[in-house]
Structures are given as C-alpha cells and as structure tokens.
Design a protein around this ligand. Structure first.
Ligand SMILES: [Zn+2]
Length: 76
C-alpha cells in the first residue's frame, strides 16, 4: 500500500511531472501537460495505461512512470 495509489495528476506540484521510459528513451510530461492530456483527476497509479501518454514513435505503452521533479521550462 503506497501513497501513490490515491495520488492524482492534480496533486502534483506545479514544478513536478512524470517521466516514462519507453523503447525510444525517457519522455517527460509537466503537470499541466498531464492535466491537458488525461485530466487532473487521473490517478497516477493508472496513468501509464492511458493511450494519450503512449509514445507516438514506437507506440509502446510506458514501461513505468516515475514522479520526478522537473523544472518548469517552456521547452528544452
Ligand atoms: Zn517510444
């Protein structure tokens, strides 16, 4: 039983995001990107199952999602 089971996208801090590893590498989503894609009430525990977040290149579902603190930059 972990806290992340009940943790939703909307509970992330503004400078937090999720990182997903797929066949291509590591992709990162900022909080507001996640809210736009899956909604603020999407549970983080299940968010990797949402096809909106799957990689457009390799079409692989994310192997795992990790909560990471990312800087709030417009682009890299
Ligand atoms: Zn990929």
């Amino acid at each position: 039983m972990t806290a992340s089971d009940a943790f939703a996208v909307g509970d992330l801090a503004r400078d937090e995001g999720l990182a997903f590893r797929c066949f291509c590498g590591l992709r990162r989503f900022r909080r507001d990107e996640l809210v736009a894609l899956v909604g603020a009430d999407a549970r983080l525990h299940h968010v990797g199952l949402r096809p909106e977040l799957w990689c457009g290149t390799c079409r692989e579902p994310p192997l795992n999602g990790q909560i990471v603190v990312i800087e709030d930059r417009r682009d890299e």
